[in-house]
Structure formats: C-alpha cells, structure tokens
Write a new protein. Structure first.
Length: 117
C-alpha cells in the first residue's frame, strides 16, 4: 500500500506564500489536495492527472494556487500564493492508488495551514 506524507504547512500572514509537499512511497496515479477547516467537510482544492498534463482548481483558489507533480520521485506539490485567512485548514494529500481505483483511496495525515489577518 502506497503511503503519503505531507509537509510544508505552517503559520503565515495574509498575502504570504507556502509550498506544500507530498511524498509518496510508491506509484500513484491521479493526485489531489484537499482541505478541511474546523466544522467543515473535507473539500477538494486542486487535482492533477497521472501525467501532470491536466489540472483542476476550485474557484476560490484559481490564480493563487498551483498544483504540480514530479513523477521521478512520486511527489506532488501545492504552491499557495496570496494566502487569505479563509485558506486556514488542515490540508491533505490524496491519491488514486491503482489504475482501477474509483476514487481517492490513499490519504496522507494532513498538514496544518494557518493564515493570520
């Protein structure tokens, strides 16, 4: 079973930047970043295809966040710029663990991002 480990979270002032990293222990396919704020459901923020050619962003982060991946080492990244207090959440990396996975079936432990106003 592939394992995912996130890093790069922290405390930043509004307008600042953070880069999240997700290391994978094995082969992954489609990957995504989700976030969950206190009292809210976990929601998709951005996703990237196996090849990296296709990406998707939720409207609230378009133009500010960039998802990318390095298939030489299985890592996926989330560059977050112009951060806002409403971006505060635990961010999770997720992956399709196999070609026949019907959904994200591998999850990381999460990393806290806190944006102060």
């Amino acid at each position: 079973q592939v394992q995912l480990v996130e890093s790069g979270g922290g405390l930043v002032q509004a307008g600042g930047s953070l880069r999240l990293s997700c290391a994978a222990s094995g082969r992954t396919y489609g990957m995504g970043w989700f976030r969950q704020a206190p009292g809210n459901e976990r929601v998709l923020v951005a996703r990237i295809s196996s090849s990296g050619a296709n990406t998707y962003y939720v409207d609230s982060v378009k133009g500010r966040f960039t998802i990318s991946r390095d298939n030489t080492n299985g890592a996926v990244y989330l560059q977050m710029n112009s951060l806002r207090p409403e971006d505060t959440a635990v961010y999770y990396c997720a992956a399709y663990g196999s070609p026949w996975s019907g959904n994200y079936d591998v999850w990381g432990q999460g990393t806290q991002v806190t944006v102060s106003s």
